[in-house]
Design a protein around this ligand. Structure first.
Ligand code: EPU
Length: 430
């Protein structure tokens, strides 16, 4: 089992290039099968979730060619099955975008119920509601979501809750629905906009992505395109918090600074210095940091996917902070792990009360999910002494070359596959 061995106590410094956005790429790769011509996608992150989706797309017959590590060609004309099921896809979330894509294109889809990080119950009722309002019949049979339609017709759909997944999924089907679809109370995340932009570059007629209301005029066909995935806002945010918790000086490059405002504004509040450039953001710490209040919200609010990383930073600053997780009901379980490093955090319902401590201590840790796993790694880099983080399979799902990028910033971290290897690393590392 792979683990990260980490020797903490050194500020991270330098610059690091951010990869393509995982959650945008998942939607875009599913969208690509909707055309019967070549769709070439650039800046595709080489992370496990994306690679599983690519393998799954190939499994159902679409042509998938890796042109290079981050460039992929997909052609949906060879697709020969609308049944999407394998052991890996059942464990991730983004596979459910094939439901919207296949239902839109072929009027039928059968996709394994989504898994993903265990951060809450994560229902898909709003996806199904959207498909049904477009004219599909949906049911869950033996762990598979089955959606079928004789015809799909544009409709007015008001989402009961703001959801990234349902916004993207229903948008995918509506592209091929007859007439106009209006989606209201939609998610405004940059990756929603990115999927819409890619679809528009394939000939879709989508307006309003990035606002509360998306209007889609159905088309009969999509054509090929060449499209570049946006940089990963959460990966960038994770490196900025790693800089903050180690009191370092890090520049993230290849980013869209505007997408990071929701994160950098909080880092500024606690006393970090942030400098913005055209496509880079620098964070450094020149004075003692102080506590704040965080409440996770849909974009442009503070992202739930940055909540654990920010809590790690707050655990080391002066004063008391509160972190209110409002999106997922079970996304504070990592706090027990963190407290083993000497933090002083208590949880009441969905609120973490964080009393800052001057120092973290290395510990044996286990990553409970993707973002909390990454957060524990940043804590270990800041801590005095050595840590081992196991269950890193979660982290590898969403961060490309995580250890190598941290090493580039001076972090002492190595992926090891046994206790012996970890001991060897700790003996040799300076
Ligand atoms: N929800 C419903 N019904 C639905 C769909 C969602 O009640 O039909 C609720 C959820 O339970 C949750 C809220 O709506 O309380 C928001 O869920 P959303 O649909 O936005 O989340 P998701 O699509 O399942 C995506 C990302 C997550 C990210 C969330 C929120 C992907 C593959 N996953 O999940 O990313 O946390 O949006 O931004 O895009 C991650 O990358 O680590 C990750 C967990």
């Amino acid at each position: 089992m792979e683990q990260f061995a980490i020797r903490g106590g050194r500020p991270l410094t330098g610059s690091v290039a951010i990869s393509g956005a995982k959650n945008a790429a998942l939607g875009i790769l599913a969208a690509a099968v909707m055309a019967d011509e070549d769709v070439i996608i650039h800046n595709v992150p080489d992370v496990d979730d994306v690679n599983i989706l690519l393998e799954t797309i190939a499994d159902i017959g679409a042509t998938v060619e890796r042109l290079s590590r981050h460039d992929v060609r997909i052609n949906g004309s060879t697709l020969n099955s609308c049944v999407v099921d394998n052991t890996f896809i059942r464990k991730m979330r983004g596979g459910y975008y094939l439901l919207g894509a296949l239902l839109g294109k072929y009027h039928q889809a059968e996709v394994a119920l989504p898994g993903g990080c265990t951060i809450g119950t994560r229902p898909i009722d709003q996806h199904l509601k959207g498909f049904e309002l477009l004219g599909a019949r949906t049911e869950i049979v033996n762990g598979m979501v089955v959606a079928k339609a004789d015809e799909l017709e544009g409709a007015s759909i008001y989402f009961d809750t703001v959801t990234v997944g349902a916004t993207i999924n229903v948008m995918l089907s509506a592209v091929f629905s007859k007439g106009r679809t209006v989606l209201e109370n939609v998610a405004k995340e940059p990756h929603v906009v990115d999927v819409a932009s890619c679809l528009n570059s394939m000939g879709a007629k989508i307006k309003g992505a990035g606002t509360d209301l998306i209007r889609i005029d159905g088309v009969e066909k999509l054509h090929g395109t060449e499209y570049t995935v946006i940089p990963d806002q959460i990966e960038a945010g994770t490196f900025l918090t790693a800089a903050a918790v180690t009191r370092g000086d890090v520049t993230v490059t290849n980013v869209i600074p505007k997408h990071l405002d929701c994160i950098t504004s909080k880092l500024r509040d606690i006393g970090c210095t942030i400098e913005e450039y055209d496509d880079a953001v620098r964070l450094y710490v020149k004075k003692p940091l102080k506590g704040t209040k965080i409440r996770t919200q849909p974009y442009p609010g503070f992202p739930t996917d940055m909540q654990p990383q920010m809590t790690v930073v707050l655990s080391t600053v002066n004063g008391t902070s509160t972190v209110n997780e409002t999106i997922f009901e079970n996304r504070l379980t990592y706090v027990d792990e963190l407290n083993r490093m000497g933090t002083d955090i208590s949880v009441e319902g969905n609120i973490a009360i964080v009393n800052g401590v001057p120092k973290l201590k290395g510990a044996q840790l286990s990553a409970p999910d993707l973002r909390a796993g990454a957060a524990l790694v940043t804590a270990a880099l800041a801590a005095e002494g050595d840590s081992v983080v196991d269950e890193i399979k979660y982290i590898l799902r969403g961060y490309e070359d995580f250890a190598a990028k941290l090493r580039q910033l001076g972090g002492r971290i190595e992926m090891v596959s046994s206790e012996t290897e970890a001991r060897k690393f700790f003996m040799q590392v300076v």
